[in-house]
Design a binder for this molecule. Structure first.
Ligand code: EPZ
Length: 430
């Protein structure tokens, strides 16, 4: 398996183009199942998770094309892709495909809405907690579906005539359940109200795509979505939003190493909470016409306490990276992970750099050190892996991050982007 080798100590200086958001691209691709016309997506990141979802969609009969770059775009990140589900040839999403990535479970919504049946394997994904699917099943049942669990598969059937609009109040905020029910409701008969919906920017990106496809959705960007079902959706062309987690990750890397980096294309309104916290640590953040600039010049990293929360709160997907930053603060900071019950697997690995972190349930207490030292490390999920890269960039000496398969799931051209800003980083073939 490939590894990343890096030698820490260099400041980051330059520009990093921000890729399209993985967590928007995946549900946008899934939305293509709702129509027999082509859905064109611009700025799809080239990631292992995107490739994996392509396999799943192809299994359902989706025709997928990747378009060439135009002149002058050779250096661009992302790609333009067309997804055309003229006919759904198979409504089963098999275990060997779904088990690799949790988001693939979300096909259950569009398949059920369009084909009135779906058989989808229970999902896999990053090992960050139990991650059940009860909220999905609750929402689909409210839309009139019958659900059976058969041999590791969720078998869902719509009532005669298709799904029916309903008033759904989610007991807990879930990104995936919101995407799934929102997509399913677009083709249901009548009106659906989704209360306590997730309001992450990726949900807004998908809702706006569905509207461009002919769906009737109001309340976009709020906790309450109203969907009036339509008979059919049509094709559309939609941009994937810039990746706010990639943005936050490079912002934290710059805050940790020192330096001055423009995160080109990033949108500050998608990560207000994280940028405010970074500002409190002593980094200077300025919003420029074409992105966000992050600077830190020699001053110490201030300790700041953080709780993760659904959007617009501080994202759980930046918790590991922020913890890496706090390992070199000038004092004691506390992080409370409130979304996933088991998302501290990076703690033991950060300790290999000499970090001082104590975990008690959901609460991590980090006592900052003036210097970390390079180490051999390995991570078991995507964001944890990149937190180790950040720590390695700031640590003295050599770091090797093993099993970087997870990084390739969610970061496009990571080593390239960092090395162009002065980092000493390379991929070692496995
Ligand atoms: C999405 O996962 C993201 N994945 C995750 O990013 C992100 O960490 C998470 O939202 C929270 O922001 C994608 O967008 C592809 P949830 P999702 O349902 O939808 C519980 C990354 O690193 N829950 O909002 O799976 C669940 O266990 C990934 O890019 C139920 O209890 O997250 C968790 O505690 C990892 N029952 C909480 O809700 C359910 O039926 C929030 O999870 C569903 C979820």
């Amino acid at each position: 398996m490939d590894r990343i080798r890096l030698v820490g100590g260099n400041e980051l200086r330059g520009e990093i183009p921000i890729s399209g958001a993985k967590n928007a691209a995946l549900p946008l691709m899934i939305a293509s199942l709702l129509t027999d016309e082509p859905l064109v997506l611009q700025n799809v990141p080239r990631l292992a998770d995107v490739k994996q979802l392509e396999r799943i969609l192809e299994n359902h009969g989706v025709d997928i094309a990747v378009h060439g770059r135009r002149r002058g775009e050779e250096d661009a990140v992302g790609q333009r892709m067309t997804f055309h589900a003229a006919d759904i040839v198979d409504t089963t999403a098999p275990y060997d495909l779904v088990s690799k990535m949790r988001a693939s479970f979300w096909v259950i919504g569009p398949l059920l809405a369009r084909c009135h049946e779906a058989r989808v394997s229970l999902p896999g994904g990053c090992a960050i907690g139990t991650r059940p699917v009860d909220l999905f099943l609750f929402g689909l049942k409210q839309l009139g579906a019958t659900i059976d669990i058969d041999d590791g598969y969720v078998v869902a059937r719509a009532p005669k005539g298709g799904l029916r609009g309903a008033h759904i109040v989610f007991p807990k905020v879930s990104v995936g359940a919101t995407h799934t029910i929102l997509m399913a409701a677009t083709l249901a008969k009548g009106t659906t109200i989704i209360e306590n919906a997730a309001q992450e920017p990726e949900i807004t990106n998908v809702a706006e795509c569905l509207v461009a496809m002919g769906a009737d959705i109001t309340g976009i960007g709020t906790r309450t979505l109203k969907v009036v079902g339509v008979d059919r959706l049509h094709g559309a062309s939609v941009d994937v939003i810039p990746d706010r987690i990639e943005t936050g990750t490079f912002a934290m890397a710059t805050a940790m190493t020192g330096g001055d980096v423009l995160l080109r294309g990033a949108r500050a309104e998608h990560l207000d909470a994280a940028l405010a916290i970074l500002g409190q640590t002593g980094a200077q953040i300025s919003v420029e016409g074409n992105g966000i600039r992050v600077r830190r010049n020699g001053n110490g990293i201030q300790p700041v306490d953080v709780d993760t929360d659904p959007f617009p709160g501080f994202p759980t997907d930046l918790q590991a990276q922020f913890m890496a930053l706090m390992t070199m603060s000038t004092g004691v900071s506390k992080i409370r992970e409130t979304i996933f019950e088991n998302r501290y697997m990076h703690v033991a690995e950060l300790a290999r750099f000499g970090a001082d972190i104590h975990v008690d349930g959901q609460l991590a207490t980090i006592t900052g050190k003036s210097q970390l030292k390079g180490a051999q490390v390995m991570a078991t999920d995507l964001r944890a892996s990149v937190s180790l890269v950040i720590a390695g960039l700031a640590a003295r000496g050599e770091t090797v991050v093993n099993r970087i398969y997870h990084l390739d799931r969610g970061f496009e051209r990571l080593e390239d982007k960092l090395s162009r800003c002065g980092a000493e980083i390379e991929r070692l073939a496995g």
